[in-house]
Design a protein. Structure first.
Length: 517
């Protein structure tokens, strides 16, 4: 599903109006009806059926006014409170306000701080507050009277439904413009906005429901706005059904170079995730002295012990053996628990030069690349990098706070610059492709912020790549499945006690949930 910013949404609205001749009031009518539908669902669980709709003077307010009419028609007690000068109301909203007045709906303006205490009382007493103050048109920090009204909304215990986006959240990036409505539900119109899904704004949305308001789908499909939301349907289309007449050779050979003294666990988690993702065969390169540990735990994998010059880590003496096994494999992943050694850079350089298969780089492989990203240019095959924000900061020299403010753009620029698929991990993981597309993942939970969960993701990407899934698709499906497995683990165990191994254990069920087998 496409994700847009305010500007792109406006373009699509305009296209619907100008190229297809759909008048703005019709779009507004659909928006108001979609909102009404959701309010009716919420009211079904509610004793108190009174609704207060707080409107701004833009089209978001207009959507609220349309909802007021439909709720009034159905016999619900509705109050409409418009913040600011009603003379400045948008044209389509005015048409709808005029109808409301003729229907004698209780409609008043809030023009002074003096009006706020009375409004606060109404907001506390009603059953549902509808937030129609700002939508995609929010363009500056929220101050003065509107700020007071939002504070009043947030002070109540009343159920709050926001139209399109919680007022105060900037649609283009999820920035909070000083203050924002804390919604229980957000009825997103036509397409999710970046601010609905990126933090901090995403935290204000509550439950999200996306509703069609009649913008022609072909216009949306033609839009070249690059951001997409990863959905279950998309992942289902990526994961092939297994043909009956197949054997392990059909599901690929994965090769993992991971682990060092003290960090064999990282290698194990990655390997288990590769196997649980359905790869046909797995080889793992491991320093000789750690081989026995791996053999005991990883029954299904083949270990390839490496002679070690420096005990417990992979180094330049291992290059020949690594390249040889790589040449017999369908994908190679390097980095989880490899340890930070200077020699790893040289190992990577050799892998990059020789590889004709997809390469997955994580953890210490990424650390080895920091300040030496230019060696990425040696890669002739596809590469998938999986940094968390800290690793991304080391890779790019951009401070963590700045990355967090601008995750999509920074991920995209890196992917394009170095011609790699970049998975920027964290709450709302971003997958960016070198051809300029971005995919945002919304599965997963803070229980996954635990040692080793990244190693599991590396294993899933690698396992899917082994099976010949196209790299960008493997990355998309992996982050989604990783999150679903984490959500399943959290549902069973809670977020506190969840550990990375639980994600691996839930992975088969997550895949089954999507594929059906
Ligand atoms: N034809 C359309 O464009 C449609 C728009 N729709 C709705 O309209 C919304 C967008 O409407 P608009 O573009 O009118 O914008 P909004 O309704 O989001 O509000 C913008 C208004 O608020 C003012 N404003 C912005 N930031 C402010 C701040 N911090 N403090 C005080 N005033 C501020 C602006 O100057 C403008 O007057 C969407 O989110 C959606 O809900 C839907 O009705 C569907 C059709
Ligand atoms: N709050 C969260 N919401 C969703 N996913 C999360 C959250 N916190 C962490 N994760 C996921 O868990 C994984 C953590 O990876 P990482 O930080 O590399 O851990 P490690 O290095 O210990 O393996 C990432 O895939 C990340 O997206
Ligand atoms: K709103």
């Amino acid at each position: 599903m496409k994700v847009v910013d305010g500007i792109e949404m406006k373009k699509l609205d305009r296209k619907a109006m100008e190229e297809y001749g759909i008048p703005g009031v019709i779009l507004m009518e659909h928006a108001g009806m979609a909102v009404t539908e959701e309010i009716l669902k919420d009211l079904a669980h509610q004793e108190n059926k009174e609704i207060v709709i707080v409107c701004g003077t833009g089209n978001n307010g207009g959507d609220g006014v349309v909802a007021a009419r439909h709720l009034h028609q159905k016999g619900f007690p509705v109050k409409v409170r418009i913040i600011g000068d009603i003379a400045r109301i948008s044209e389509d909203a005015k048409i709808n306000c005029d109808i409301l007045k003729k229907l004698r709906v209780d409609i008043k303006t809030i023009i002074d701080f003096k009006d706020v205490p009375k409004l606060s009382e109404e907001l506390s007493r009603c059953g549902v507050i509808v937030d129609a103050i700002f939508g995609t048109g929010l363009n500056k920090e929220v101050q003065g009277l509107t700020r007071e009204v939002i504070l009043a909304v947030n002070r109540t215990n009343t159920y709050v439904l926001s139209i399109d986006i919680p007022s105060g959240v900037r649609a283009s990036d999820g920035h909070i413009c000083g203050i924002a409505v804390k919604a229980d539900k957000t009825v997103v119109l036509q397409l999710p906005k970046i601010g609905n899904i990126q933090f901090p704004g995403a935290d204000y949305a509550g439950e999200m429901v996306v509703k069609d308001i009649g913008i022609p789908h072909e216009a949306i499909e033609k839009s070249n706005f690059p951001i997409n939301l990863i959905t279950a349907d998309m992942v289902q289309a990526i994961l092939p059904q297994r043909r009956k007449d197949t054997h392990k050779g059909n599901y690929g050979k994965a090769y993992i170079v991971a682990g060092s003294t003290g960090m064999t666990g990282a290698a194990m988690l990655t390997c288990e995730a590769v196997l649980r993702s359905g790869a046909g065969l797995l080889k793992v390169a491991i320093p000789q002295s750690l081989n026995n540990i791996m053999e005991v735990r990883l029954t299904e994998a083949i270990t390839v012990p490496l002679p070690e010059l420096k005990k417990g880590v992979v180094g330049i003496s291992d290059i020949e053996k690594i390249i040889k096994t790589m040449q017999e494999s369908d994908v190679i992943a390097v980095g989880p628990g490899s340890g930070q050694t200077r020699e790893l850079e040289e190992v990577l350089r050799n892998i990059f030069e020789a590889a004709t298969i997809p390469i997955v780089l994580d953890a210490d492989a990424l650390n080895a690349l920091a300040h030496r990203q230019e060696i990425l240019k040696l890669i002739k095959s596809a590469a998938v990098l999986t940094p968390h924000t800290g690793e991304m900061s080391r890779l790019t020299n951009i401070p963590v706070e700045e990355i967090n403010r601008n995750r999509i753009q920074i991920a995209l620029e890196f992917a394009k610059k170095w011609n790699v698929i970049l998975i920027l991990k964290g709450a709302r993981t971003i997958v960016a492709s070198p051809d300029g597309k971005v995919f945002v993942n919304t599965t997963g939970n803070p229980g996954m912020a635990t040692a080793g969960s990244g190693d599991v993701l590396t294993g899933i990407v690698t396992g899917l790549l082994a099976q010949g899934i196209q790299p960008i698709k493997a990355a998309i499906a992996a982050v989604y499945l990783h999150g679903v497995a984490g959500d399943r683990a959290a549902a069973r165990l809670g977020e506190y006690g969840l550990i990375a191994g639980d994600i691996v254990l839930e992975l088969p069920y997550a895949i089954k949930e999507i594929v059906g087998k």
